[in-house]
Design a protein around this ligand. Structure first.
Ligand SMILES: Nc1nc2c(ncn2[C@@H]2O[C@H](COP(=O)(O)OP(=O)(O)OP(=O)(O)O)[C@@H](O)[C@H]2O)c(=O)[nH]1
Length: 434
C-alpha cells in the first residue's frame, strides 16, 4: 500500500472549515436562549435549541425514538377515550348532531388506532415528524368539522355548555406540545396549522358577532403555545444534557469510546447512503508514559484534558472527538476527504496540542483512513486501517501522519492535491511511499 508520511506543519491551515467567529442573527438568538436556560447546556450547544440542524446523530435518533413513543402513547389514549364521549353526546345533543359527531368520533378512533400500530419500530426524525403531524392532524380536523356541524344548530342549556367544551380542543392540543422534546422551529411548524384551523373556524363563525371574545381566546391560545414551547425546549435541554453526560468520558469531556463507536456507525451509514466521504484519524500521543513517570499521574490527566479542550475548540459542529483508550483518541470527520482531513490535522497542529509539563509541545502519531478512498466495507475496518497507519507513523519516528495516497479512485478524494497542499506548508514536509 502506498502511504504518505507527513510531519504535520506548524502554521494553521485555513482549509474548508467553517469560521465560527463571525456572529450571525442565529448566533445572537441562540446565545440569548442559552442565557435564559439553566446550566445543563453548554453555551456552544445552545444553537441546537433553535432547529434540529447540527444535532448530534445520537441525539437525533434518541429524540426521534422518544417522539414516536409519546405519539404512540397519546394515540392509544385518544383511541380509548374518543369513543367514550359518544355517550355524553347522545345524552346532551339533539339528533342528528350527536349521530354525525359519533360517526366523526369513530373515524378519529380508527385513525388513532392505526397511528398507534403503525408508528412503531423506526427511529428516524422524518418518521417522528410524520407520526406527530398525524397525531395533531386528527384532532385538528375533528375540531374543524365538529365546529362546522355545531354551527348549524342552535344549542342551549347543557348542549351549549358541551358545545363550548368542544371549543377547548385546540387549547389542549397546543398544551400537548409540552410533552415533546422539540426545538423552537419544530414547535412553530407544528403549532401553526392548529392556530390556523382555530382562526379559520372562528372566522367562519364570526358573522360580525363576537370578535372581541374570539380575539381574546386567540391571544390565550398563543400564550399557551408559548408556554408549551418553553416546556418543550426545557425537555430538549434536559435530554441533550443527559445524552451528553452518558456519551462523555468523565476525565476529558470527549465522547467515550462506546458512544464514539455508536456515532461512527451512524456516520458510516449516512456516508454510504449519500456517497459522501468520511475520514477517521487515529491519534496516539507520543511518549505519554514519560509524563506520568516523571511528573505524576495528575500531570498526565491535565495534559489529556488540555489536549481535548484545545482540539474540540477547533472542530466543526459535526466533527467528533472520542477518547478511544488511555492516550488514544479517534477523530471522526463526516463529509471530509483525505485532503480536507489533512488540513484539519494541520490546523490542529498549527494551534498546538498543548504542552508537556517540561514545556515541550505535545506531539502525536496519527493514522488517517477514509471510507471512499480505502473502500472500507464497514466502520470497524476504517478504524482498523487508521490504527495500523498510526502504528506506521510511530515506527517512522513519531510526530507524523500516515494517510492513504494514490490508490484512491474516488471522485471525492483529492489525495494528490492534498499532498501538494501539505508540501506547501512550512516547515517542509517529508513525504515517503512504502
Ligand atoms: N495520567 C493518565 N495516564 C493514563 C491514563 N490512561 C492511560 N494512561 C497511561 O498512558 C500511558 C501509555 O503508555 P504507552 O502505551 O507506553 O505509550 P507512550 O508512552 O505514549 O509511548 P508511545 O505511544 O509509543 O509514544 C501508560 O503509562 C498509561 O498508564 C489516564 O487516564 N491518565
Amino acid at each position: 500500500m502506498v502511504y504518505c508520511l507527513a510531519n504535520i506543519p506548524s502554521p494553521a491551515c485555513t482549509g474548508s472549515q467553517t469560521d465560527l467567529s463571525t456572529p450571525t442573527p442565529t448566533d445572537f438568538l441562540s446565545r440569548m436562549l442559552a442565557g435564559l436556560l439553566p446550566d445543563e447546556l453548554e453555551r456552544s450547544d445552545s444553537r441546537q435549541l433553535l432547529s434540529p440542524i447540527g444535532h448530534l446523530p445520537l441525539l437525533t435518533t434518541r429524540r426521534a425514538t422518544m417522539i414516536v413513543n409519546r405519539v404512540r402513547l397519546f394515540a392509544l389514549l385518544f383511541a380509548l377515550l374518543t369513543p367514550l364521549w359518544i355517550v355524553v353526546d347522545v345524552a346532551t345533543l339533539p339528533f342528528p348532531l350527536w349521530a354525525q359527531l359519533a360517526a366523526l368520533r369513530l373515524t378519529a378512533t380508527a385513525a388513532f388506532a392505526a397511528l398507534f400500530s403503525r408508528a412503531r419500530g423506526k427511529s428516524s426524525l422524518l418518521h417522528a415528524y410524520r407520526s406527530m403531524a398525524t397525531l395533531f392532524a386528527i384532532p385538528t380536523l375533528f375540531y374543524v368539522i365538529s365546529h362546522l356541524l355545531m354551527a348549524q344548530h342552535r344549542l342551549d342549556g347543557l348542549s351549549a355548555a358541551l358545545g363550548t367544551g368542544y371549543a377547548f380542543l385546540p387549547f389542549v392540543l397546543l398544551a400537548g406540545f409540552a410533552v415533546f422534546p422539540l426545538t423552537l422551529l419544530e414547535t412553530a411548524a407544528f403549532a401553526a396549522p392548529v392556530l390556523l384551523a382555530y382562526g379559520l373556524a372562528g372566522l367562519a363563525e364570526w358573522g360580525g358577532s363576537d370578535w372581541p371574545s374570539f380575539t381574546a381566546e386567540f391571544w390565550l391560545l398563543i400564550l399557551i403555545t408559548g408556554v408549551a414551547a418553553l416546556a418543550s425546549l426545557c425537555q430538549l435541554v434536559l435530554m441533550s444534557a443527559l445524552v451528553g453526560q452518558a456519551l462523555r468520558d468523565p476525565l476529558t469531556g470527549c465522547y467515550s469510546r462506546r458512544s464514539g463507536e455508536e456515532m461512527l456507525a451512524i456516520q458510516f451509514d449516512q456516508s454510504l447512503r449519500s456517497g459522501t466521504p468520511l475520514s477517521v484519524a487515529f491519534i496516539d500521543l507520543d511518549h505519554f508514559k514519560r509524563v506520568n513517570d516523571e511528573h505524576g499521574h495528575d500531570a498526565g490527566d491535565v495534559l489529556l484534558k488540555n489536549l481535548s479542550r484545545s482540539v474540540n475548540s477547533q472542530l466543526r459542529g459535526g466533527d467528533i472527538l472520542a477518547r478511544w483508550g488511555g492516550e488514544e483518541f479517534v477523530l471522526i470527520l463526516p463529509s471530509t476527504d483525505c485532503e480536507q482531513a489533512m488540513q484539519v490535522l494541520a490546523r490542529l497542529y498549527g494551534t498546538g496540542l498543548g504542552e508537556r509539563p517540561s514545556g515541550k509541545p505535545v506531539t502525536a502519531s496519527i493514522g488517517v483512513a477514509e471510507r471512499t478512498c480505502d473502500h472500507a466495507p464497514d466502520w470497524r475496518t476504517l478504524v482498523q486501517l487508521a490504527d495500523e497507519r498510526m502504528y506506521a507513523a510511530k515506527h517512522s519516528g513519531r510526530n507524523g501522519v500516515v494517510c492513504p495516497l494514490r490508490q484512491c479512485a474516488s471522485e471525492h478524494c483529492n489525495s494528490c492535491l492534498g499532498r501538494a497542499a501539505i508540501t506547501r506548508q512550512q516547515p517542509a514536509v517529508r513525504l515517503e511511499t512504502a
